[in-house]
Design a protein around this ligand. Sequence first.
Ligand SMILES: Nc1ncnc2c1ncn2[C@@H]1O[C@H](COP(=O)(O)OP(=O)(O)OP(=O)(O)O)[C@@H](O)[C@H]1O
Length: 237
Amino acid sequence: MKELRLEDVAVARGGAPIVRDVTLTASAGEVTVLLGPNGAGKTTLLEAVAGVLPLASGRLTGDGEDLTGLDRVARARRGIALVEQGRTVFTQLTVAENLRAVRRSATDRTVELFPELEKRMDVQAGLLSGGEQQMVVLARALAMDPSVLLIDEMSLGLAPVIVKRLLPAVRSLADEGCAVLLVEQFATLALEVADTAHVLAGGRLTHSGPAAPLRKAPDVLHAAYLGEAVSEPEARS
Ligand SMILES: Nc1ncnc2c1ncn2[C@@H]1O[C@H](COP(=O)(O)OP(=O)(O)OP(=O)(O)O)[C@@H](O)[C@H]1O
């Protein structure tokens, strides 16, 4: 899949509208970051894209094909993978077993991306550091060979120095052709690897545009987090 598109998407939880009017595209070869304050609806939106939650209205398409009516399994078959919040490794299994549970050859690819895991393959995943566990989670998602990777706050509970190690790996996945849609709380770090940025506040997009200008415009980002309608940073005087 080269292009995943959300058109006027609304999502509800327990009958309560959480996300509305979201239109955005995630393209192959790019990192699209979704920023925004806690409770804005970012997880809700990713879950709706993955098919965990239904869309209340709007459309989801992959290269023009309507995916809206497909369930999670059918979307996964189309190449959409979700890395959920929380480091969901099998703690009792070794790193290698965690990876092989998805695909036998997954360990080779993992070592390419995260050489530090090479010596940890026979260690129980539950004994790894948080950062290493997140590497295993990412590697498992990759083993499914997704064309669209949805990543929900992989940095939760991790130190910025670890996040700095993980985000370039996410960038390299996009460079290899994956369309990455990344939800991230470390906005500054995420913008460094992103091509396009969207800010979700109060369930609506308050900013959409290229990531690069936002790196130098914390005030624009701040306003978007507060839910204010904002102009493109380049357009400001
Ligand atoms: N299972 C649920 N049932 C009902 N409402 C929920 C449920 N989970 C989350 N919510 C509500 O939906 C809103 C959006 O939550 P969501 O987790 O999508 O936001 P988020 O932007 O990902 O925030 P965070 O960064 O805190 O994870 C919040 O107001 C939250 O209270």
